[in-house]
Design a protein around this ligand. Structure first.
Ligand code: FES
Length: 194
């Protein structure tokens, strides 16, 4: 994915990497065993995000050094993958699938309902920082379309009213209908049908 040779001399000039010492120490530990190739870069990014729930900016120069490339390439790689984040997530992140199977089954209506109920626009946190709606790509679970994900669990197929019920559960206005794992719409669907 990226070329290493032309960047090495410039990167050596910025060592040691500036930034939060605790972050630098932890990131160094997390990526110490990784080799400078694409596969290991993704592995390193996932390790860091698992640790912090996002990629702290202080980790970027360190990653560039470890993988013999530039910070710009690291930024570009993170930006390419919608699952990798450069800012801390809100307390509750709801992922909305933007894929075609979801779109043809009214995922846009679900998006509008979630934005209204959670008080946040797509890709922005609510003013109180409690909720965030994130656009994600299809991951192949189209049998659940239209779906959303919350805390790693899938909710779908969802109707708009079920999405509203779910969002109100998160905000505390009604008991949460979230959960159930893959195919977890059954809880929401059951409640909506009652
Ligand atoms: S299009 Fe949404 S899961 Fe495939």
């Amino acid at each position: 994915m990226f070329s290493n040779a032309s960047h090495n001399s410039r990167l050596s000039a910025i060592s040691p990497v500036p930034g939060d010492r605790a972050v630098l120490a932890k990131v160094t530990e997390l990526i110490a065993d990784l080799k400078p190739d694409d596969v290991d870069l993704l592995k390193g990014l996932h390790r860091i995000q698992h640790q912090y729930r996002y990629i702290p900016p202080d980790a970027i120069p360190l990653l560039a050094q470890q993988f013999n490339t530039t910070p710009a390439i690291i930024f570009g790689t993170i930006d390419f993958y919608s699952e990798l984040w450069l800012v801390p997530p809100a307390e509750n992140v709801v992922e909305w699938c933007s894929g075609p199977a979801c779109l043809v089954k009214n995922s846009t209506g679900i998006r509008r309902a979630l934005e209204a109920e959670l008080g946040c626009e797509m890709s922005k946190a609510s003013p109180d920082g409690r909720f965030e709606l994130r656009l994600v790509q299809c991951d192949g679970t189209c049998n659940l379309a239209p779906l959303i994900r919350h805390q790693g669990e899938y909710l779908g197929p969802l109707t708009t009213s079920e999405a509203i019920r779910f969002a109100r559960g998160l905000t505390g206005r009604v008991p949460s209908a979230a959960g159930g794992g893959q195919g977890g719409s059954s809880g929401a669907a059951t409640e909506a049908a009652e």
